[in-house]
Design a protein around this ligand. Structure first.
Ligand code: SF4
Length: 474
């Protein structure tokens, strides 16, 4: 069987699809499945509004949802919606949660619609028009969702039909690959690509690569990467410093676990610009395809929580937090923040791009708080930067995520065993909390959310103190 999801996976990587179908016991269910699952769940939500809208169409009776087409050679297509035309042909509607039509990897919606068209045609149906239904990026919720305003019916007949020959060929190749009882499993094409391209099957296909390898080096791609691969130099100890860039050198230097790379001058530069009190700030946000609050649009980040640790020059540490109990614009959150952050002092975040993007969005949404929020943007520094060039331990494995750094530099603090232990779980937990009717369960979720966000900023305080300790007395 080759489904639409399988076909899209094939376009991204034929070998990973073969592995999934032939050796499911060793196939690591990873990002691709998670991504496909997320898209499917959001797609169902959007489909609910399409169904609502279509009920009002004069030809509603000729529309149906989730019809299945199967072909003798193994194609399986479940079409989101189709419309029977008077001449016996059908129109195909593929429903998506994106705010535009995506025509590139990892999820090429035009190819996806071409696959459905080919399967339906081979199953004996004539296709007249092909639509991609997606969300309107300019829609802003105001009261009940208005499906007519929320949805865009993009007529992609010409573009999809233009891809049919190419897609037919790819389907033939995909089926032929899946019919192979064995493939070359000794390596895969991503050897010549940087880690961001690797899927979870990389280790299976490339078992000889050491845990800390050239793939830990940031921005290593192109000829230089190909050269190391061709020479079989995968271990960091096989790489000379002068062969890599300034940004990559700290990782090569840190390749010995006993010896992290420390650049005291770099760390001093970071600390030198800070002004007390230090405000360690972290937001949690909710991202949903369908806006859940008036005044927001599709796929918009909605801040619902912050944790703020305030470190004073004399060493005192205060903690202030906010968690919205219901879906709302972050007006109260901003007010709570404004009450907690004084006019002076640095704002310290981990990955400031995210927090500053939210501050800028909220500054646009709330003109009365604009100066305060834009002031935060000006005052924000990124503690994560220290771990790019100032302090690099090979156990970070080339990552600067706080989840990688914390266990190495502050091993007594941990996210292990927490009911909510990452941003995605926080998003999910908040959604459950605001919809929970059982008071006890709701209170438990609330506690778990507060505990998680608090740990995020406490972790930053402790990491900062670790870094500060490195330069004290130097
Ligand atoms: S790591 Fe290998 S299996 Fe995975 S996407 Fe790359 S080439 Fe395919």
């Amino acid at each position: 069987m080759l489904s639409k999801t399988d076909f899209i996976q094939y376009l991204n990587c034929p070998k990973s699809l073969w592995l999934k179908q032939h050796k499911p016991e060793v196939y690591p269910e990873g990002e691709f499945s998670d991504f496909a699952q997320k898209l499917a769940e959001e797609g169902y939500q959007v489909e609910g509004y399409v169904r609502q809208l279509v009920q009002g169409w004069p030809d509603a009776a000729s529309c149906s949802f989730q019809d299945v087409f199967e072909t003798n050679e193994g194609l399986h297509a479940r079409v989101d919606m189709l419309r029977e035309n008077e001449d016996g042909t059908i129109d195909i509607f593929e429903i998506k949660s994106s705010t535009s039509v995506k025509d590139g990897n990892p999820h090429n919606q035009l190819k996806d619609a071409a696959f459905q068209t080919i399967a339906a045609t081979r199953a004996g149906r004539g296709i007249r028009n092909i639509f991609i239904v997606h969300l309107n990026k300019d829609y802003t919720r105001d009261g009940e969702i208005d499906p007519g305003e929320l949805l865009v019916f993009a007529d992609e007949t010409v573009r999809v039909k233009g891809l049919l020959d190419e897609t037919e060929q790819e389907i033939t190749e995909a089926l032929s690959l899946l019919n192979e009882a064995a493939i070359d499993e000794r390596s895969c094409n991503c050897l010549n690509l940087s880690r961001s391209h690797h899927c979870d099957s990389f280790d299976y296909f490339n078992p000889g690569i050491p845990e800390y390898s050239i793939y830990s080096l940031p921005r290593l791609f192109g000829r230089k990467l190909e050269k190391f691969v061709a020479e079989g130099r995968f271990g960091l100890e096989q790489i000379e410093l002068e062969e890599v860039s300034r940004l990559q050198q700290p990782i090569v230097r840190a390749s010995n676990v006993e010896n992290p790379f420390i650049d005291i001058a770099d760390i001093k530069n970071f600390i030198g610009v800070l002004a007390y009190p230090l405000y360690f700030l972290d937001y949690e946000t909710y991202l949903s395809a369908i806006p859940i609050v008036n005044g927001t649009g599709p796929q918009q980040q909605l801040p619902f929580q912050f944790s703020l640790h305030i470190l004073h020059e004399d060493g005192r540490l205060d903690h202030i937090e906010y968690l919205a109990d219901r879906p709302e614009l972050p007006r109260h959150l901003v007010k709570a923040l404004e009450g907690a952050i004084g006019a002076n002092g640095s704002i310290i975040t981990w990955n400031k791009t995210f927090e500053n993007a939210r501050n800028n969005e909220m500054a646009n949404a709330f003109p009365e708080n604009r100066d305060f929020l834009l002031g935060l943007v000006e005052r924000t520094v990124d503690l994560m930067d220290v771990f790019k060039t100032g302090y690099v331990d090979i156990r970070f494995n080339g990552s600067t995520s706080i989840k990688k750094v914390l266990p190495v530099v502050v091993p007594d603090l941990s996210y292990e065993g927490m009911e909510i232990g990452d941003g995605t779980a926080a998003m999910d937990g908040w959604n459950k909390m605001i919809n929970e009717t059982d008071r006890e369960k709701q209170a438990r979720l609330r506690r778990a959310l507060l505990e998680y966000c608090k740990l995020d900023t406490l972790a930053m305080v402790r990491i900062f103190q670790f870094v500060e300790g490195l330069v004290k007395g130097d």
